[in-house]
Design a protein around this ligand. Structure first.
Ligand code: TXA
Ligand code: MG
Length: 351
């Protein structure tokens, strides 16, 4: 008999309340028990939903890789309740990690540090380092504290698919491959955490995210290198973050970045294609004119980078369900504030 679909438990936690409502805490207790027994629980974080398992349980970690269809060479992020839990996991806590985490944790930044021998090989993909993050989302931290152990949690989607920013996205992508889904509503940040390698001097950004270079350099009191840009300019550069495959975070519908988007949309329409156009320029007369065609869906996007990031995956999930021929997105500005969004869009556009 097929496994049943997972239960979805709402876990509301009003921002002005220090402790969660009783039903939320009951859900946390159930989730912690499932995790202690080796199960998989999808959890809300401020970035995207995570597919969580006890990070010290090698069998549970294998289950994560199987549920996602994830290649064994792509290591997982280990989530901790606080800095003390992070320090207890590593034989050597680099100064850079101390500076970043004391300023920016809890928050959407992941530090790469020397690995603990207590962490199963599969978590680090056999490598000498591990990724640690303390989520800003209080529900995630409460669950980790309740379990008393760190949680390995990649994004809660099948490998190569879009990351989930709602409980519904998790259910659509993983179905009965997950044991329980905790529904904390839509994720506030909407894209994955910034990943910073703290084992090199200076530290390097391996994945741009909600925390930008300016905030990292302020926390460090020194420079941070941009591995992503360096690697893009040098094809022979070694891959420092094995998960950073070019095609990732992608919808099924082909996605294109266009700096002259109106012309591109017009060309596609002329050749009989049906198109979604993600643009902030909805007041532009050219956009309005093209929007009159029944073969184009104009999706208004925020002009602010943080708001754009927060709605990006949910928008792509929604547009993808319409089975159109193409998704056209205005090329974002080339500034630090847009780095993470530009990175995700470039990866989504690589076919
Ligand atoms: O915001 C996030 O980080 C979300 C939420 C759930 O916390 N998690 C997430 O996990 O995005 P995942 O597995 O989808 O991405 C983990 C990234 C990958 O790019 C992986 O290669 C990198 O972290 N990573 C993990 N361990 C690493 C290591 N030891 N060295 C370098 N990169 C590592
Ligand atoms: Mg992912």
């Amino acid at each position: 008999m097929a496994r049943p679909l997972p239960e979805i438990l709402p876990v509301p936690w009003p921002a002005d309340q220090p402790a969660p409502p009783a039903r939320t805490d009951e859900a946390v207790v159930r989730a912690a028990q499932l995790l202690a027994d080796g199960g998989l629980v999808a959890i809300p974080t401020e970035t995207v939903y995570g597919l969580a398992a006890n990070a010290l349980d090698a069998d549970a970690i294998d289950r994560i890789f199987a549920a996602k269809g994830r290649p064994a060479g792509n290591p997982l992020i280990v989530h901790v309740a606080d800095i003390a839990m992070a320090r207890a996991l590593t034989p050597n806590w680099p100064t850079a990690a101390e500076r970043i985490t004391s300023c920016l944790w809890p928050g959407p930044v992941t530090v790469i540090v020397p690995r603990s021998p207590r962490i199963p090989d599969a978590v680090t993909a056999g490598g000498p380092t591990m990724a640690l993050r303390c989520p800003e989302h209080p529900l995630a931290r409460r669950l980790i504290a309740r379990l008393g152990k760190p949680l390995a949690a990649p994004s809660a989607n099948r490998s190569m698919q879009l990351s989930p920013t709602t409980a519904g996205h998790v259910l659509d992508s993983l179905g009965n491959r997950v044991d329980l889904i905790l529904d904390g509503g839509p994720c506030g940040r909407g894209i994955e955490s910034t990943v910073v390698d703290c084992t090199t001097d200076p530290p390097r950004i391996l994945r741009p995210g909600p925390i930008g270079r300016v905030e990292l350099e302020a926390a460090l009191g020194g420079p941070v290198l941009d591995q992503v840009t360096a690697a893009a300019n040098d094809a022979s550069a070694p891959v420092r973050s094995p998960g950073q495959l070019a095609r990732h975070y992608a919808p099924k519908t082909p996605l294109e970045l266009a700096s002259a988007a109106a012309e591109r949309v017009a060309t596609l329409l002329q050749s009989g294609k049906r198109v979604a156009w993600l643009t902030a320029a909805t007041a532009d007369p050219q956009v309005r004119q093209l929007a009159a065609s029944r073969d184009v869906v104009v999706v208004p996007m925020p002009a602010d980078p943080a708001a754009f990031a927060a709605s990006l995956y949910a928008t792509l999930h929604a547009v993808d369900r319409r089975s159109l021929d193409a998704i056209i997105v205005d090329t974002p500005p080339d500034t630090d504030a847009w780095r993470a969004v530009a990175d995700r869009l470039r990866r989504a556009a690589t076919s």
